[in-house]
Design a binder for this molecule. Structure first.
Ligand code: FES
Length: 340
């Protein structure tokens, strides 16, 4: 019989040894052995599963914005994309997990949901409203996302939840249609009210943390969704924070839920909302123009003392994160979700 190579991985600060089988990622091995580590996308795109490799060696993959070259050089790895090639020690202190959370295992649930509405929010963005059936509700925080199984496959796609947490079992997703995308193809041609979809979640660390700092939200394209959730939640609870929301899109027709954000900005006086178009030529538009990074550079010569939350295409995240940290936002206070 062929022998499979197993490497031992010690997870600090919990001094917990796990066995990682050949081809298995550290994250998969930990979850399989009943432990919990923070994760989001599971494919190297979000940076949530970042940890220090204190000893040993792993084969890694993962995108550059989820882990900068500087972080790589310092020994940070993405546990969802790291397969040990020797015995290892990883340090997950930066995940800020309690020992109880770590030992409770993966609490992320699987839900059966029913399609109740499909909305054309723009020419290429759809709003998909689901009603959870089994179990009938999900406890999530504003700003989180779910992984949705593409019907008929085992693939999942990550989509932000746009509604505020409520007990009514509704989950409103915002989905950008991508040419050739399998979930896009389903949404464009096959989707019908009453369809059943399977979700996993809630996931993601974009949820607003408790602090007294001002908040900068930067949304690109369909990336407005988590901020809609956070702002709707803020309005519902009547607990406003000082928020600057910058919303970048290419053209006027790419902006969605504009009336609602304007209504929220009127209801939350501490919310300053600025849409910005990168391609306003020939548009009926008197607002800001240019890239969202250019708007930040113009408006904030310094931006110390803010918490920054970003959601949008990888290129926007990649360009914006260094701009914010150069202007004084502490790297630990920058959170992002990158979705295409
Ligand atoms: Fe590892 Fe997203 S879970 S990068």
């Amino acid at each position: 019989a062929e022998e499979t190579v197993t490497h031992s991985v010690t997870v600090q600060p919990f001094a917990q040894e796990i066995a990682c089988e050949e081809g298995e990622t550290v994250l998969e091995a930990a979850v399989r052995q009943g432990l919990f580590l923070r994760y989001g996308c599971r494919h190297g795109g979000c940076g949530t599963c970042k940890a220090l490799l204190a000893d040993g060696e792993v084969a890694t993959s993962g995108s550059s914005f989820a882990l900068s070259s500087g972080e790589r050089a310092e020994g940070w790895v993405l546990l969802c994309s790291s397969r040990p090639v020797a015995d290892c020690v990883v340090d997950v202190t930066s995940m800020e997990l309690t020992e109880d959370e770590f030992r409770a295992g993966d609490q992320v649930g699987t839900f059966e949901a029913e399609v109740v509405e499909v909305d054309a929010l723009t020419h290429d963005i759809r709003g998909l409203t689901l009603l959870l059936r089994e179990p009938p509700s999900m406890t999530f925080r504003a700003g989180q996302f779910v992984n949705v199984e593409v019907p008929g496959t085992t693939q999942v796609r990550s989509y932000s939840i746009a509604n505020a947490p409520q007990d009514d079992g509704r989950v409103e997703l915002v989905i950008k249609l991508l040419p050739g995308g399998s979930f896009s193809a389903y949404l464009e041609s096959a989707v019908a009210v009453g369809d059943r979809l399977r979700l996993h979640g809630p996931l993601g660390e974009l949820k607003l943390r408790l602090s007294h700092r001002k908040v900068l939200m930067v949304a690109g394209g369909s990336g407005l969704a988590p901020f809609l959730s956070i702002l709707r939640d803020m309005e519902r609870r009547g607990r406003p924070r000082d928020v600057e929301l910058l919303y970048g899109a290419r053209r006027r027709r790419d902006l969605y839920r504009l009336e609602e954000i304007e209504r929220l900005a009127a209801a939350i006086p501490s919310l300053v909302f600025t849409p910005v178009l990168s391609d306003a030529d020939g548009e009926d538009w008197s607002g800001e123009t240019g890239l969202v990074t250019e708007l930040i550079a113009r408006r904030f010569p310094t931006i110390e003392g803010y918490d920054a939350y970003l959601a949008g295409p990888p290129a926007m995240i990649e360009a914006t994160v260094p701009l914010l940290t150069d202007r004084g936002v502490r790297p630990a206070n920058v959170k992002f979700d990158a979705f295409v």
